[in-house]
Design a protein around this ligand. Sequence first.
Ligand SMILES: [Zn+2]
Length: 501
Amino acid sequence: MSKRFVIALIKHETNTFSPIATPLSAFGHGNGPSFGEDAKAAFAGSNTPFAAFLDIARREGAEAVTPVAAESWPSNMATRATFDALVQPLEDAVRAGCDACFLDLHGAMVVDGCEDAEGEILKRLRRIRADLPIAVSFDYHTNLSPDSVANASVITGYKTYPHVDMYETGMLAGDILARSLRGEARPVMAWGWLPLVSSVMRHAPEDGPSGEILDYARAMEKSGRVLAATLLPGFPHADTPYTGVSAVVVADARADAGARATAQQVCDRMLAIAWERRAEYAFHPEPLAQSVARARALGASRHEGPILLIDHCDNCGSGGSQDVMLVVEEILRQNLDDVAIGPIRDPQAVAQMVAAGIGSNVNVLLGGKTEMPSIGLSGKPLQLAGRVRNITDGEIVFTGPMYTGLKSHLGRTVVLDTGRAQIVVTERHHEPFDQVIFRHCGIEPAKKKFIMLKSRIHYRAGFKPIAAHIVECAGAGVTNADLSVYNYRRLVRPIFPLDAI
Ligand SMILES: [Zn+2]
């Protein structure tokens, strides 16, 4: 009889300061979760761990049962009922009988009444079957918890930021578990956690301590000392007791009698680097007017490709409302010319401009519709006059290195042309990590002098290759890299850099 693998994806990066709600419909990137065969169809062949798990099932001649695939862009916590609607199909599939379970999880999901959603998922599965082999792939921005480690057999996580190794990460976790099912490996894990809340703006390997740690982790995997070594820099916008920098290492007890000690040594070394260099995980922003003036000056001289202005404090890819207009306002105030901006989420403005139609002149109160009491920020729209240049249905397919091949949905999308700026306005939230966001509505990013992106690091996947210069612009919003704007209540204290340790 062939083996039966249960493969599921439940992913949400929860920003507990975000003003954005997370209804069930937010999963599936706005179209609701996929169940059963639909889940398989939605993710097969994409650059995701889920797709890697499907390939492993095929390779092992196993039946792939896919109860649920549900991923929402980051936002505030989902309700218990929403969480249960995602987890119950998975529990039912495991209860029906299986040989192993492969989970594509985020690692920073918080649910109303549960600060450790991934630990809860794993505990529930363990309760159904105490000896179930479970492989988990996590996002880089995981706040690792004791329950997750105690209840998974194998854990891996992304080693890239932007995350372009999603498939590879799933393949590594899934392959170790598949080998253990064949009796060829006996995975054991060690892990550690640091009281260190690190700024996402300092997470990219080229920017802070992560590069050195990831190089070491890769070298350890390549040497064969361990099966997998994962750094998890954490997600600082989830206010939980698990928030921090962690590492988890898998070693093979079949090949190495001291596997657990080996795994612990490698893990400790990774975290020692993070702690020694902890000051480099803090971000020190430049005043906004100064950043925009710097971009403007760069634009005055000859350059190949656009200058990127990164509006990183309001990144919907980490829970931002995507409608804070501060950086746009400054760009227009300083008269930057030939700018593409996007995307601004504003369903009301979209409705108004769609009703006006392509070619119409409009007066719009753009953005600033969202109140953010968690950081004391009020919505402030920007009054703009311009022409409706284009209208699309916002249905896109990623062709860049992130989520390659996956479909996504911007909702109805309008290009508002103010003369100096072409602003992409969408109905739904979407981080601009792929040039398709502009191209699908008739803007060729490579030809623009300036591009303003509501993103933090993921824009680098699609836009860094064409950029002449990159200027980080500190606006405002719930993804502010300055962690002192947040009123943390649930973090373990003392914690660096909020406390002097
Ligand atoms: Zn991430």
